[in-house]
Design a protein around this ligand. Structure first.
Ligand SMILES: *[C@@H]1O[C@H](CO)[C@@H](O)[C@H](O)[C@H]1NC(C)=O
Ligand SMILES: *[C@@H]1O[C@H](CO)[C@@H](O)[C@H](O)[C@H]1NC(C)=O
Length: 408
């Protein structure tokens, strides 16, 4: 009896879904051959040459937003266009209303980046509203993540790329891409900011109120516990999805630290639960003879975001004073005194600079302690005065580029 039951169980929960999924992904792949051919022909690639093409997919639902994240995206697309004529970039976007021409001309006017329309294809998505904050009034993180999984399914139904790169931080799309492509499409991402970090978890745990942790919740033990559990499960799942990527790029040391600590994140009770799920995944991979040995992300690599320097290069240098500008709040950890000592050292070894170099410190004071710190710096400057020429500490200057230029 129990043999029958367990066979039935095996059939219902492993073999049947596995085979159904297999049928689905095979049909998707077959349809994709046709769609891919049609798209490449429409872009002007001769049929005989099409197998040499690589489609690099960028998942960027808000590609027309014109922000810093979009500069990263378009710089990457332009780089691929410059370096390999057989790469076609595919951008998955919800900006169908704008259309290809308008997006390309906005990229030119906003970022001064020229794109070749024959090496760029847009797949427009209808369900972008699913990843908007406003669509999920409660459990926003979870809602947006599930929404992104649906959105990427809509994307891949229209075209499966040869390489998938998420540039907006939708890590929950990684496992969907892996499954729907039957493990054949490598997944990577450029991460600006982690969706959830260990800091957020600590804040709920300590029951501290802030913008994301409303007073009502930080004040109640039961709600706090529920929220903590929710964050904990969410963070665990987020870490698992990150590990589905083959490579991860990050925009800064800060993000690298957070992503690496998520990649190393363990949670004993949840690990036990997920190992059951993992068994099913392995079974699925082995029954279908799918690749199981794809690259693991290891650790995130920093790729600093591109920065427009043309305007600064054009800035004339003639007729200017030699000013060393130091911009930082007057906090203890900034150690402004070190700068004064360094300058004094410079003047000792190179007295010829004493008459033309000036150090200007610009920054805000948060409280009386910061004000006192500035007074201390003034005193230190006077103390080192024997070796220092005129020194300014202007703590009230606003950090506005135009004002700074005028002041200097
Ligand atoms: C736009 O980029 C080109 C080089 O690609 C440069 O020569 C030109 O000065 C840039 N224009 C502006 C307004 O920055
Ligand atoms: C990385 O991205 C985040 C989110 O957009 C941004 O706040 C941060 O300044 C970026 N870091 C760098 C070094 O550009």
């Amino acid at each position: 009896m129990s043999v029958w039951l367990s066979s039935l169980f095996l059939l219902l929960f492993t073999l049947a879904p596995t085979l159904l999924l297999r049928i689905y992904t095979t049909r998707l792949a077959e349809g994709n051959v046709r769609r891919r051919r049609a798209i490449l022909s429409a872009l002007g690639a001769p049929e005989s040459d099409q197998t040499r093409h690589t489609l690099v997919g960028f998942f960027h639902p808000y590609c027309n937003a014109g922000g810093g994240g979009e500069r990263v995206l378009w710089t990457a697309v332009a780089l691929l266009q410059r370096t390999d004529p057989h790469i076609v970039s595919v951008v998955y976007s919800g900006d169908g209303a704008a259309g290809k021409e308008e997006i390309i001309s906005k990229v030119k006017s906003r970022f001064n980046i020229s794109l070749d329309p024959t090496k760029l294809h847009f797949v427009f998505l209808q369900s972008r509203y699913l990843v908007e904050d406003a669509s999920w009034r409660h459990l926003t993180l979870l809602g947006q993540s599930l929404g992104s999984m649906y959105l990427v399914w809509e994307a891949l139904m229209q075209l499966m790329p040869d390489l998938y790169i998420d540039t907006m931080g939708y890590a929950f799309t990684f496992p969907v891409v892996r499954v729907l492509s039957a493990g054949r499409v490598p997944v990577g991402a450029y991460v600006h900011y982690p969706t959830i970090s260990t800091d957020m978890l600590a804040r709920v745990r300590a029951r501290r109120g802030n913008y994301a942790n409303a007073q009502r919740i930080s004040g109640s033990a039961v709600l706090s516990f529920a929220k903590l559990l929710y964050y904990r499960i969410f963070m665990y799942t987020y870490a698992c999805t990150l590990r589905c990527a083959s490579f991860l790029m990050v925009n800064s040391t800060w993000t690298k630290f957070h992503i690496n600590s998520l990649l190393a994140h363990r949670d004993a009770p949840l690990d036990a639960l997920s190992s059951i799920l993992h068994m099913f995944v392995l079974l699925y991979q082995h029954i279908l003879m799918l690749p199981t040995n794809y690259d693991r992300p290891g650790s995130a690599k920093i790729v600093y975001p591109p920065c427009e320097t043309q305007e600064l290069v054009d800035f004339p240098l003639e007729g200017r004073e030699k000013v060393i500008l130091s911009v930082a709040q007057f906090r203890p950890e900034k150690d402004h005194a070190a700068q004064l000592h360094t300058l004094a050292e410079l003047f000792k070894t190179h007295p010829e600079h004493r008459k033309d170099i000036r150090l200007v410190m610009v920054g805000g004071c948060r409280n009386a302690e910061d004000e006192a710190r500035v007074e201390g710096l003034r005193a230190l400057a006077k103390e080192l005065g024997a070796s220092l020429s005129p020194l300014d500490i202007d703590r009230r200057l606003l950090l506005n580029q135009r004002q700074l230029q005028r002041k200097l």
